[in-house]
Design a protein around this ligand. Sequence first.
Ligand code: IMP
Length: 193
Amino acid sequence: MEILFATNNAHKLAEVSAVLGDGYRLVTPRDCGVTGEIPETQPTLEGNALQKARYLHARTGRNCFADDTGLEVEALGGAPGVHSARYATDGHDFAANNRLLLRNLEGKTNRRARFRTVIALILNGEEHLFEGIVEGHIIPAERGAEGFGYDPLFVPEGGDKTFAEMDAAEKNAVSHRGRAMRKLAAYLHSIEK
Ligand code: IMP
C-alpha cells in the first residue's frame, strides 16, 4: 500500500517506515508535487495533525497521514507543547530550543516531562486519530548525538539513557511517535485483513 506521510524530515521518514514495515511505501509531499510549508496553525496537536492531513488530502486525493508532536513539561504548565518547534525562535533551531528549556527549568526540582504525538490518518476519506505518549524527565545538560530536537535532554522512564544516546530502533521501541505509529500500523493491518 502506498501512503502519503506529511513530512520531508528524513529522520522521521526513517523512524516511521521502520515501524510500518515492508507492506507500505511511504511517499512524501514533495514526491506528490506539494512543495512549500504545510499549514499548522491550530492551538492543539490534534488540530494541527488534522489540518496537515486535510491539506494534503485536498491537494492529492491520496490516503495520507500527518503527525504533530509536543514536549510537555510539567513544571512549565505543559510548555513548550504545541509550540515545541518554535519555542526559542521562529525557525526550527534545536540548539536554541534546548538552551531555553534548560534556562526555564533552572532551580526547578520537578523535571517530569512527556512527549506526546498525535497522528491524523485520512483513509478512503475517513478521519482517524492515534496518540502515543512517553513519560520521562529533562536532564540538566545535553547527552548524546543521535536523533534530533529535544532528544539530548530527554530520558524516558525506566532507564538512564537519553533518546540521543539510543539508536533508531531503541528509540522507536519506547518513543511517543513509535507508540502512535504502532497504533496506526495495527489499524491499517486490521482493516486489510
Ligand atoms: P513535529 O510535530 O514532529 O514536527 O515536532 C515538533 C517539535 O517537537 C520538533 O521540532 C522537535 O523540536 C520536537 N520533537 C518532535 N519529535 C521529537 C523527538 O522524537 N525527539 C525530540 N524532539 C522532538
